[in-house]
Write a protein that binds this ligand. Structure first.
Ligand SMILES: [Zn+2]
Ligand SMILES: [Zn+2]
Length: 164
């Protein structure tokens, strides 16, 4: 979505609404396409005392598999989007400033990056998901499997010492 920012930059107090659907259905994450439904982006771009701020949030549902047991999960996510938009960059070290190349501002890439940066490192079906048995592949959330427990090598060394 392109936002025409010229009136925002030129008028203190001026704001334009941000309210649209972003299609990320072709975006791959963890080898899946979890953004089946459009992302709802809502908020505003406002000139507050001469500083142009993007303040919005992206709301969407992710359709994924649990990272441990591969069960299908859906997760409702809300990602805050907050940036200061500038047309010239004096302080290159401030990552919060977003340099816009044109006053016709295409927001989709920025919002997509925000969404990907906000992803947790793991998606689990539940906090204490036990995962799959590495030998037989049984889902251990449904109960223990009949595989022998792998022996802790430190314990094995101790057993050998005791045997002598
Ligand atoms: Zn799981
Ligand atoms: Zn097993």
């Amino acid at each position: 979505m392109v936002f025409e920012l010229e009136p925002v930059f030129n008028n203190i107090g001026y704001s334009i609404p941000v309210d649209y659907s972003l299609d990320l259905s072709s975006e791959c994450f963890n080898s899946l396409y979890p953004f089946k439904d459009p992302v709802t982006v809502k908020g505003e771009i406002k000139n507050e005392a001469g500083i142009v701020l993007l303040k919005a949030s992206a709301a969407f549902t992710m359709y994924l598999d649990c990272d441990r047991c591969a069960a299908p999960i859906t997760r409702r996510m809300i990602v805050p989007l907050e940036h200061v938009l500038v047309t010239t960059l004096n302080d290159e070290t401030n990552d919060e400033l977003i340099l816009i190349e044109s006053l016709s501002f295409e927001a989709d890439d920025l919002i997509r990056d925000d969404i990907f940066l906000s992803m947790p490192s793991k998606f689990l079906c539940r906090e204490d998901c036990k995962g799959l048995c590495p030998s037989c592949g049984k889902n251990l959330n449904e109960g223990p499997c009949s595989c022998k427990k792998p022996v802790d090598p430190r314990l094995e060394a101790l057993t050998q010492l005791l045997d002598k």
